[in-house]
Design a protein around this ligand. Structure first.
Ligand code: UDX
Length: 448
């Protein structure tokens, strides 16, 4: 893609409803592809920040693109659904589907509110495209709801176009995805989607056109597979711990088998974030509703293995502290659920920090980008402005998110500020030899 917004590829006007990680990125990227785009959100603060050129979350490369898109005059943000209904030919729904409180099911409140608020403003033929991750069957239900509420009635069509973007790579994954999935109920919707994504398709991106339920399933099936792969290697780590084997080398050996591959085979503290944990739970829950719960019952085990990683990391810190956590000073390096993100949703790092604190440890956390979010959600933890400050007088250092700045820490410099040179590498991201050579006791899950 060129640096500046390209020429208008078609006269279609797009709205993007929901301006979180997914929606803001999609709106900005579509404007960069040359479309006139209106971003819609119910949060006036988010709208004001985006219109002022400020991305409300950390995502590498996105602020620069937002500036260019705003400068091109092709992108604006509003809270007004009537304006959105009048403006758009294609409306993308990009709102969140978090886990429902007290249940494993997905909370569809925001999707239903977005569709239900937009529909009464649809007075001419238009396409609504769901991008949010939803339980299979949602699109059929929404089609009926939208057609009932929209003045344009049966002229409104619904499609599902699941989004596979990874935080930290959101721009790349949106503009150059591995594949596009168009879940449609008819040819017109498919044609509209081919027009919107014409330049992406022209790059050779494979397009899979499916019915609506298949498209809904593709997303949860993909995330379940990825979660299963991570938990598989972490299950191997548990076996390694019992036998003195080294899961790090085991994973390396497996990765050379092209049928297995090395991606998503990194052992450690396991998966978190706003997608994988809640998606596998919602999928298992939906399958049970449909009477096929047994088919994906293994996802409960995938979840259980993943949760055990967090508890086991706390155990390792306790072991290094001499079997006793109360009063132990722990430096927790990392809060975000993964590097290059400020997202702390279901973050393994903060879960471990919280558990350590509940066990009586004095926990001081540092993260390069997620400090504000972490402070808001975990106000009782202590926070430090740098890794070295967090490590000051620490009895144990625990690496919880593998930011490059943490990987590049000098074991000798770090050793000079701590009370005891003991480190738990929760992400298999540090060099054990370098740490041991500098006099550290180094421990990692599943490594001798
Ligand atoms: C994920 C999917 O990758 C993406 O396709 C989907 O659209 C949204 O959910 P994301 O949540 O951004 O993306 O993070 P991802 O890079 O998949 O990592 C998820 C978690 O797994 C992180 O906590 C990461 O630390 C962990 N992980 C990943 C591992 O523990 N080991 C690995 O080998 C890979």
């Amino acid at each position: 893609m060129s640096d500046s917004a390209s020429a208008a590829p078609s006269a279609l006007r797009l709205t993007v409803i929901g301006t979180g990680y997914l929606g803001a990125t999609h709106a900005i990227c579509m404007a960069m592809l040359g479309f006139d785009v209106l971003g819609v959100d119910v949060d006036p603060d988010k709208i004001a920040r985006l219109n002022a050129g400020e991305v409300p979350f950390f995502e590498p490369g996105l602020p620069e693109l937002l500036h260019k898109a705003l400068e091109s005059g092709r992108l604006r943000f509003t809270a007004d659904y009537a304006e959105a209904g009048a403006f758009g030919d294609v409306h993308f729904i990009c709102v969140g589907t978090p886990q429902k409180a007290g249940s494993d099911a997905a909370d569809l409140t925001y999707v239903e509110a977005a569709a239900g608020t937009l529909a009464p403003h649809l007075r001419r033929k238009a396409l609504i495209v769901g991008k949010s991750t939803v339980p299979v069957g949602t699109a059929d239900r929404l089609t009926a709801l939208i057609r009932e509420l929209a003045p344009a009635g049966e002229q409104i069509e619904l499609a599902w176009n699941p989004e596979f973007l990874r935080e930290g790579f959101a721009v790349e994954d949106t503009l150059h995805p591995d594949r596009l999935v168009f879940g449609v109920a008819g040819d017109w919707a498919s044609q509209q989607l081919h027009t919107v994504f014409a330049s992406v398709i022209a790059e050779g991106t494979p397009v899979v056109v499916t019915d609506l339920p298949t498209a809904e399933l593709v997303k949860v099936a993909a995330n379940s597979f990825l979660a299963t792969k991570i938990s598989y290697i972490n299950a191997m780590a548990e076996v390694c711990e019992a036998t003195g084997a080294d899961v790090h080398r085991l994973a390396e050996a497996l990765s050379h088998d092209a049928r297995i591959g090395g991606r998503f085979l990194r052992p450690g503290l396991g998966f978190g974030g706003g997608c994988l944990p809640k998606d596998i739970r919602a999928f298992a829950h939906r399958a049970e509703e449909l009477g096929v719960g047994q088919a994906v019952a293994f996802l409960h085990e995938v979840d259980a293995i993943n949760r055990r990683r967090r508890a086991r990391t706390v155990d390792l810190v306790r072991e290094l502290a001499g079997g006793f956590l109360p009063g132990t000073r722990v430096a927790a390096l990392g809060a975000a659920f993964k590097p290059d993100s400020d997202d702390i949703r279901d973050a393994p790092a903060l879960d471990v920090a919280r558990m350590l604190q509940e066990a009586g440890a004095i926990v001081r956390v540092h993260d390069p980008e997620a400090m504000a979010n972490a402070r808001r959600s975990y106000p009782d933890l202590e926070y430090a402005d740098s890794a070295l400050e967090a490590a000051q007088d620490a009895d144990v250092v625990v690496l919880l998110t593998e930011w490059t700045v943490f990987r590049e820490l000098d074991p000798e410099a770090l050793g000079q500020v701590v009370a005891h040179r003991r480190v738990v590498d929760g992400r298999h991201a540090l060099d054990p030899e370098a740490y041991r050579a500098a006099g550290w006791t180094y421990r990692a899950l599943g490594r001798p």
